[in-house]
Write a protein that binds this ligand. Structure first.
Ligand code: UP5
Ligand code: MG
Length: 190
C-alpha cells in the first residue's frame, strides 16, 4: 500500500552474530520483509550480472562492495516486495553505505538492531556453518572481523549517538536471543 510510511530497521552485527537467523524469526512474527544485502549480492553473482566477478572478488576478500551497487539492489528489492516494513540485514557497513542509502531513498531507519557477540563465538559458528560460502574460511573470516571493527562499528556508534541503537546479547542460544528481539518488536505487533 503506497500510502503507508516506509519503515526500515537496520540489522547490524559481526559476521556470524546471527542476523539472518533472527531476521527469519522476525519475519514470521511481525510481517516484515527481510532483505539481506549479502544475499542480494550473492544472488547478483549467480544471475551472471556484469558486476558479478567484482562482487565475488570483494566478498572473498571480506571487502565492502561500492554503495551504488548495493543501494540499487536494496531499492529494487524494496519496490518488488510490495511491503512497507523492512529489515535490512548487514547494511550499512560503512559511512559511505549509510550516507548513500539515506540520500537515494530519503529513508532514515526507525532504529538499528545490533547483535553483540564475542568474536570466538562468531568464528565457531562460521566455521561450522557448511553452506559453501566462499568467505567462510579462517583467512577470510579474520578479514571480515577486521573490516567490521574498522568500518561497521563506527556506523553503529553514529546511530548510538542519536539514541537509535537497540543492542542485543547475541552470544546466547537462538531461542533466548529471539526472546529479547521479540520484546523490541512488540510495538510492531500486527
Ligand atoms: N547461529 C545463529 N545464531 C546462533 C546462536 N544464537 N547460537 C548458535 N548458533 C547460531 O548465523 C551464522 C551461523 O550461526 C549459522 O550457521 C546459524 O545457524 C548459527 P547467521 O544467522 O547466518 O549469521 P549472520 O550474522 O547473518 O552471518 P553472516 O555470515 O551472514 O554475516 P556477514 O555480515 O559476514 O555476511 P553478509 O552476508 O551480510 O555479507 C557477506 C559479505 O558481502 C561481506 O563480507 C561483504 O564482502 C559483502 N557485503 C557488502 O559488500 N555490502 C553489504 O552491504 C553487505 C555485504
Ligand atoms: Mg547473514
Amino acid at each position: 500500500p503506497s500510502e503507508k510510511k516506509v519503515i526500515v530497521i537496520f540489522v547490524l552485527g559481526g559476521p556470524g552474530s546471527g542476523k539472518g537467523t533472527q531476521c527469519a524469526h522476525v519475519v514470521q512474527h511481525f510481517g516484515f520483509t527481510h532483505l539481506s544485502a549479502g544475499d542480494l549480492l550473492r544472488a547478483e553473482i549467480n544471475s551472471g550480472s556484469e558486476n558479478g566477478t567484482m562482487i565475488q572478488n570483494m566478498i572473498k576478500e571480506g571487502k565492502i562492495v561500492p554503495s551504488e551497487v548495493t543501494v540499487k539492489l536494496l531499492q529494487r528489492a524494496m519496490k518488488e516486495s510490495g511491503n512497507y516494513k523492512f529489515l535490512i540485514d548487514g547494511f550499512p557497513r560503512n559511512e559511505e553505505n549509510r550516507a548513500a542509502f539515506e540520500q537515494v531513498t530519503k529513508v532514515v531507519p526507525e532504529f538499528v538492531l545490533f547483535f553483540d557477540c564475542p568474536e570466538e563465538e562468531m568464528e565457531r559458528r562460521l566455521l561450522s556453518r557448511n553452506q559453501g560460502r566462499v568467505d567462510d574460511n579462517i583467512e577470510t573470516i579474520r578479514k571480515r572481523f577486521k573490516v567490521f571493527a574498522e568500518s561497521s562499528v563506527p556506523v553503529v556508534e553514529y546511530y548510538a549517538s542519536k539514541g537509535k541503537v537497540r543492542k542485543i546479547d547475541a552470544g546466547k542460544p537462538i531461542d533466548l536471543v529471539f526472546e529479547d528481539v521479540k520484546e523490541i518488536f512488540s510495538p510492531f505487533d500486527a
